[in-house]
Write a protein that binds this ligand. Structure first.
Ligand code: NI
Length: 267
């Protein structure tokens, strides 16, 4: 079990590329192009339940030197999120979102309540809980029921606790610090981008431009069989300086709203 922040971040990356080999491939290709990769942020997903809410998931990071820096509402997707930064600016920001259960049907709420009741007492306080994977049993029927109300709920039910995506901080890249040049290269190299709301989300005026690959599909084992579903995606962020000359470190809700759709089944 990971016990230090460095080993936890390593474990999260290894878990993530195990189900998203495309991210490893892109990261390796960028390295071959002579680029040094630094992560802008890592995104985690959960439910706003007392046992596993954002603050519970954030605790190991806060205990390791991260501080809360901002929060975000996603009314359409019924999500709330917080972001955390470390005093060591080379470490990725941690972005944690939670599904607002009270805004969903009693059926969805009781299904999620039942999942969470399967987590062994106190397990959610493990230092590496955010990379332990799925701590409950779920059937294909349940996954499909959840999909009707929320792609996000279905994703968390199927994958549990693991990074939804890593994001490359492209400012420091030599050849690919322009997001449009990066996108052209990604497409030419054979990767598909999330086009919801345009390939580039955000503008220099909001101090953040982002782009994401479409989640790759993988076969997941459920209680009652296997199903091939969208897993994780890889994201890229370009940050711009604010009036005070410092790079903006926050997130832009309208852009993130579109990026959440990278794991939608329809795309
Ligand atoms: Ni992100």
């Amino acid at each position: 079990m990971a016990k230090t922040l460095a080993s936890l971040l390593d474990k999260m990356w290894n878990d993530y590329v195990a189900i998203n080999p495309l991210a490893k491939k892109i990261s390796d290709l960028l390295t071959q192009e002579g680029e040094a990769i630094q992560n802008d942020h890592i995104a985690l997903r959960t439910f706003n339940h007392a046992r596993v809410g954002v603050d519970v998931i954030a605790k190991p990071f806060v205990d390791s030197g991260y501080t809360y820096k901002g929060d975000y509402q996603f009314p359409e997707k019924k999500l709330y999120a917080k972001h955390y930064e470390h005093s060591d600016e080379t470490l990725p920001k941690i972005f944690i979102s939670e599904l607002k259960l009270e805004e969903f049907s009693p059926a969805l709420r009781s299904m999620v309540e039942e999942f969470i009741s399967q987590i062994p007492e106190g397990r959610e306080r493990d230092f590496d809980f955010s990379s332990q994977g799925r701590p409950w049993k779920v059937s294909i029927t349940q996954y499909n029921e959840l999909l009707k109300e929320s792609d996000y709920a279905a994703w968390v039910a199927a994958f549990g606790y693991r990074p939804n995506h890593f994001t490359v901080f492209i400012n420091i890249l030599k050849k690919f610090s322009d997001i449009r040049i990066l996108n052209e290269w990604l497409k030419k190299t054979g990767f598909q981008l999330n086009a919801s709301g345009g390939e580039v989300k955000g503008t220099p005026e909001v101090f953040l431009e982002q782009t994401a690959t479409l989640a790759n599909n993988i076969e997941v084992s459920f209680d009652d069989g296997k199903l091939t579903i969208p897993a994780c995606y890889y994201e890229f962020a370009k940050r711009y300086p604010m009036k005070n000359g410092k790079l903006y470190q926050g997130f832009v809700a309208t852009s993130a709203d579109k990026i959440f759709e990278s794991t939608n089944k329809g795309q």
